[in-house]
Design a protein around this ligand. Structure first.
Ligand SMILES: [Zn+2]
Ligand SMILES: [Zn+2]
Length: 277
């Protein structure tokens, strides 16, 4: 008796019948050879056949990339709105004080400096992403040249603009609008932020809020329980954030107890001392 399996009876790849199968697809279960076995970013060590790996419900990070590719994000609209406000501000200032050749009369025109950058940003011109970083500083320098007394104030005003521009520059969703290459890791972070069990984030938010407003605690309980029920790490894509759901639930349970047993008696004692002193 031989334990060797005859070549004709070996399990074969569903796509390449000449090749022996090394495993099965994690989605459809068909036999796959080493050539067909495909791993998908964001799904750990699971292997898929080529057809399943190309599906948008399996390769969810690639689907996310395509969904946002070249599509305007919230930041594009914010930049457009600020650009419009600056135009209105400059027009109002010119209407009020008129245009004269003096340095101080030219001051409102500083507001128009970022307009070309804002328009180009909204239209998806990549140079505008970098120009946006320089714009607050350029505005501060020009304002300083026109009006020598306000240097400290101008550069102080540039700081929030610069920080916001930096935040926009690093934003993955915004990079997708500009059709820039984004790593699978960054896409995973974006996915986690927007689509990975958002109920767990709500649970944590209401849990924290209930520390200050205990009436919100029941919302934290409901969100926490719903979020915990949704957690399924084996799903495609995996649904996580168990920790956040538990943290929200615990905060929602602890905060009414804290108010009931500690804060209310302390406040009560303090108030009665104030009143009957
Ligand atoms: Zn498959
Ligand atoms: Zn194959």
């Amino acid at each position: 008796m031989s334990l060797e399996v005859p070549a004709s009876q070996q399990v074969r790849c569903a796509v390449h019948p000449a090749q022996p199968a090394g495993g099965t697809c994690s989605r459809c279960g068909s036999f796959i050879c080493a050539d067909c076995a495909t791993s998908v970013p964001g799904l750990g060590a699971r292997l898929y056949c080529a057809a399943c790996a190309a599906r948008s419900d399996v390769n969810y990070l690639e689907a996310l990339r395509q969904r946002y590719w070249g599509r305007r994000d919230e930041w594009a609209w914010v930049v457009a709105g600020v650009t419009l406000l600056l135009c209105v501000g400059a027009a109002a200032a010119v209407a009020q004080w008129g245009l004269r050749a003096s340095k101080q009369a030219l001051f409102p025109l500083v507001l128009l400096l970022p307009v070309p950058v804002g328009v180009a940003f909204f239209l998806g011109q990549r140079w505008a992403r970098h120009a946006l970083l320089a714009t607050p500083l350029v505005m501060a320098v020009v304002a300083d040249v026109l009006h020598r007394d306000g240097r400290f104030l101008f550069f102080l005003c540039a700081v929030p603009g610069l920080l916001t521009a930096l935040r926009i520059h690093r934003d993955v969703r915004n990079q997708l609008f500009f059709r820039l290459p984004v790593s699978a890791g960054s896409l995973k972070l974006l996915w986690d932020l927007r689509f990975n069990n958002p109920m767990a984030r709500q649970a944590l938010r209401f849990g924290f809020s209930s520390v200050f407003m205990p009436l919100l605690a029941p919302i934290a309980w409901v969100c926490g329980v719903l979020a915990l029920m949704r957690v399924d790490l084996k799903a495609t894509p995996p649904i996580g954030r168990r920790g956040q759901a538990i943290a929200g639930l615990v905060l929602g349970i602890v905060s009414p107890l804290l108010w009931g047993f500690v804060l209310v008696p302390v406040l009560d004692r303090w108030l009665s001392k104030m009143v009957y002193k």
